[in-house]
Ligand binder design. Structure first.
Ligand SMILES: [Mn+2]
Length: 476
């Protein structure tokens, strides 16, 4: 998926209905109690040893409590909505049920000494709803983890679990000591879809009216940029299932198919393999649609002679794959399609060669983005035309719990970061769009291509498609 303002979560929230706006004025704690909504376990916890170091390392960056709120289950009013936790809350807690809050106090404890209010990170949970007449209760939606469960520590991995109703009192006590509180503030450009962070910040300010509320995003997002071994395993699983789906798309591709049929087959492979959902709305764009960056219509017939941009990735265990291939509908690129394809491939190779610790995605004269621009500027097509103006997006974004994982793209790359490398050229007047997108792990001295199993050159793609046709023809 091309990196710009749209993210995977946006499409989930665009169907916000006015009834939920009315709730926006209420305190989040009240909402959490009142609206324990649709739930399904679409993610699974990693070991507690994953979450504790994240909580601890955040705690060393602050001089006041960090207060974060999970989603309430009210973010999406549509009938097909399934509960997925807010990614940063999930990153820090592994908790996948609605209506929870997290409080982390600074380390080392401040103030120090006997009067310190310090205790370990605390998870606040809504009470269980056992009334069979309540359609949000456990009879309707299945068992939940409640704050009074005898084994709540083992279930949540938190040594301290409290009822959400106690949060306000606890924060008031903390406000007597701490003048600053931290939370995730809404981005400056505003929130798209459901205003979760606006509501959370307002709820926090209402609970600690005298305190200064600061943004924890810089520290939290910096932490999320570097992946653990367990996170890398989940990412690789999402990527492997998505590669399988791309192979299937190349196998089945032929003129007269509809875009939605290709997407349907790919989604089936993701879900069959255990993906909880797509990492973003699938893009299968044929002909002119190949030049539309975030084409989501999926309703056109694939024509002989078209190129088809396939930007489709699944989400596994919460982690997103993001892969694009561009393939010829009839199995053979035209000379012009191949020419454009090879320019994009050349730009991708140039950017890949620069991926190593210390490199940056944006903002420097030798950034990955600048390398791609320089490549297009210095490689005109056969008619001598420079095609740079047909490259409107940027080359890379971080990948993780979000398909466009948050974090500073001017920050030098470090081992353990996972990014996409995805140049493209989109020429609407020729109905030729080409994007090639791979996912790479930054290593100590370079990178590892996590998508290496999927063919990338025009020759390899034509060969793969020819083999699939031979196989199909010989199958009785
Ligand atoms: Mn992408």
């Amino acid at each position: 998926m091309t990196p710009n303002k749209r993210s995977a979560t946006v499409s989930l929230h665009t169907k916000a209905k006015s009834v939920r706006r009315i709730l926006a004025g209420l305190s989040l704690a009240v909402i959490a109690l009142a609206c324990v909504g649709r739930v399904a376990f679409a993610r699974f916890r990693q070991p507690t040893s994953e979450y504790l170091p994240r909580q601890f390392s955040l705690a060393t960056t602050v001089d006041g409590p960090i207060v974060l709120f999970g989603y309430t289950g009210n973010e999406d009013a549509s009938e097909v909505a399934i509960f997925f936790q807010e990614p940063s809350f999930y990153y820090l807690t592994g908790h996948s049920e609605p209506g929870a809050a997290l409080v982390i106090l600074p380390r080392p404890p401040q103030p120090e000494g006997e009067n310190s209010l310090w205790r370990g990170p605390t998870l606040y949970l809504p009470p269980r709803i056992l009334d069979p007449k309540d359609t949000h209760g456990e009879v309707w939606e299945g068992p939940k983890i409640g704050p009074d469960d005898p084994d709540v520590q083992a279930k949540t991995g938190f040594a301290h679990v409290e009822p959400i109703g106690k949060l306000k009192d606890d924060l008031e006590k903390l406000a007597a000591t701490y003048k600053t509180f931290y939370t995730l503030l809404p981005p400056e450009k505003g929130e798209e879809g459901y205003p979760h962070f606006t509501e959370s910040a307002n709820a926090l300010r209402a609970m600690v009216p005298g305190a200064k509320v600061k943004d924890i995003a810089p520290q939290l997002y910096a932490l999320r940029q570097v992946k653990s071994e367990d996170e890398l395993a989940l990412l690789q699983k999402a990527i492997d299932l998505s590669i399988d789906a791309h192979f299937a798309a190349a196998d089945m591709m032929h003129p007269r198919l509809f875009e939605y049929q290709v997407a349907a087959r790919m989604k089936e492979i993701h879900e069959w393999g255990g993906c909880a959902r797509e990492a973003y709305a699938p893009i299968v764009g044929t002909g002119f649609n190949s030049t539309v960056l975030h084409y989501s219509g999926l309703d056109d017939e694939i024509k002989d002679g078209d190129v088809v941009v396939i930007d489709v990735g699944g989400e596994y265990g919460g982690y997103a794959a993001d892969i694009t291939r561009t393939i010829p509908a009839n199995g053979k690129f035209t000379p012009r399609q191949r020419e454009v394809y090879d320019l994009v491939l050349g730009a991708q190779n140039a950017a890949l060669a620069a991926v190593k610790p210390g490199a940056t995605i944006l903002g420097h004269k030798d950034s990955l983005q600048q390398i791609v621009l320089d490549y297009f500027n210095s490689h005109p097509d056969k008619q001598g035309r420079v095609l740079t103006k047909y490259y409107p997006h940027s080359v890379s974004h971080h990948l993780g719990l979000d398909v466009h994982d948050p974090g500073d793209r001017m920050r030098p790359l470090e081992p353990g970061m996972v990014i996409t490398v995805e140049p493209g050229l989109y020429i609407p007047e020729e109905k030729i769009g080409v994007r090639i997108e791979d996912d790479v792990l930054v290593t100590k001295d370079g990178y590892k291509m996590l998508t290496a199993r999927l063919p990338r050159t025009a020759d390899e793609i034509e060969k793969l498609m020819a083999e699939a046709r031979t196989k199909a023809a010989s199958t009785p």
